[in-house]
Design a protein around this ligand. Structure first.
Ligand code: NAD
Length: 324
């Protein structure tokens, strides 16, 4: 069981819990225990996540400024009313400023001992500030950003990277099991957001490197399928080429095969790269590749045709350019 003193804080969907002898077992009590959940922010990600919790039999009360009620979710007239008396309150919001404002409203309404679990991607400082506010009010708090996009939210196959106490992680773990396929307890408050932005800084940099290499290979007269065949099984391999190849018609099906319709939008990659550079500045970390990737995505989204396109559309961008 993923609680205090657990040996393996990484949980996979439907993975049996280990007993004292290390043998697998299921925990039917915890698996079937129904919770009273508040869910605030029911957009592209939060909507299907809340619907999955309701479909699993939990009582879900939602609030959003504009989004309609997901299937099975009862809407409340305010964030505070969605949060009052719930065992767990989940937020899925656009940014850290909005998270801080919502947290300031819902924390005083929550019952003692409940857990506030933020699944948005926000800056590490906001995650830690909200955790402090929650702790002062006698609540548990988790920062639990996700990987897997809208498809993962709908399919219940997200990966959660989680910061906060082991007790709070244990409380919310059955809900992570419903919304996702894997939850990693990364450490104390802010550790989930730290893991998320480090991962996405690698992703942004490797996607840029993969796209510029494809564009170079084109100009050298190398067939794209041969390029994929070699690189995907050589030392240039990465998730960006192996699982999400930016060249249409090559490798696995990806947004490139759908005219670069997201997928994972370049705008969201820019958001995450900005968060990584904000975090790097705050701790004096030298991240030149991340910074350059951020600048490239900024130009792509703000000055070129990248807004609303998949982040792998860097390939046609490089193809259309020379060195000048
Ligand atoms: P979205 O814009 O579709 O949804 C955000 C929702 O929050 C909207 O419905 C909005 O009305 C609501 N909202 C804003 N302010 C509010 C307030 N004060 N009170 C209540 N509701 C409020 O965004 P999304 O794509 O669902 O993304 C949500 C978060 O998940 C973001 O932090 C994003 O970075 C992260 N994320 C998104 C993806 C993705 O592929 N979309 C993938 C991973 C992580």
């Amino acid at each position: 069981m993923a609680g205090r003193g657990c040996r393996n804080p990484t949980r996979y969907k439907n993975q049996p819990h280990a007993d004292a002898a290390g043998r697998g077992r299921t925990d039917p009590v915890r698996r079937t225990q129904k919770m009273d959940i508040g869910f605030i922010g029911l957009g592209n990600m939060g909507g299907p996540m809340a619907a999955n919790l309701a479909a699993a039999g939990h009582s879900v009360t939602g609030f959003d400024l504009t989004a309609p009620a997901p299937a099975g979710v009862t809407m409340a007239p305010s964030a505070a009313e969605a949060a009052a008396g719930r065992d767990v309150v989940i937020t899925m919001l656009p940014n850290g400023a909005i998270l801080r404002a919502v947290a300031a409203e819902v924390i005083p309404a929550m019952k003692t001992g409940a857990v506030l679990c933020d699944c948005s991607t926000v800056d590490v400082d906001s995650a830690r500030a909200v955790a402090d506010l929650a702790a002062d009010a006698g609540l548990g708090a988790l920062d639990a950003p996700v990987s897997g996009g809208v498809g993962g939210a709908s399919g219940g196959t997200l990966t959660f990277m989680v910061g906060g106490s082991a007790d709070a992680f244990a409380t919310v773990s059955p809900l992570f099991d419903i919304m996702g396929q894997k939850a990693v307890h990364c450490g104390d408050a802010g550790a989930g957001q730290s893991a998320k932005i480090c991962n996405n800084m690698i992703l942004g940099a490797t996607m840029v490197a993969t796209c510029e290499a494809f564009a170079l290979a084109d100009k050298l007269g190398l067939d794209r399928a041969k390029m994929f065949d070699v690189v995907s099984t050589s030392s240039g391999a990465s998730w960006s080429i192996n699982a999400y190849c930016p060249a249409p018609g090559v490798g696995p099906t990806s947004p490139a095969d759908n005219d670069y319709t997201p997928g994972f939008a370049a705008d969201l990659m820019l958001k995450d790269l900005r968060l990584s550079q904000q975090a790097a500045e705050s701790v004096d970390a030298d991240t030149p590749m991340g910074e350059l990737a951020m600048r490239l995505y900024q130009t792509f989204v703000e000055d070129e045709d990248g807004r609303g396109r998949d982040f792998s559309a860097m390939l046609p961008r490089f193809s259309a350019r020379g060195r000048g």
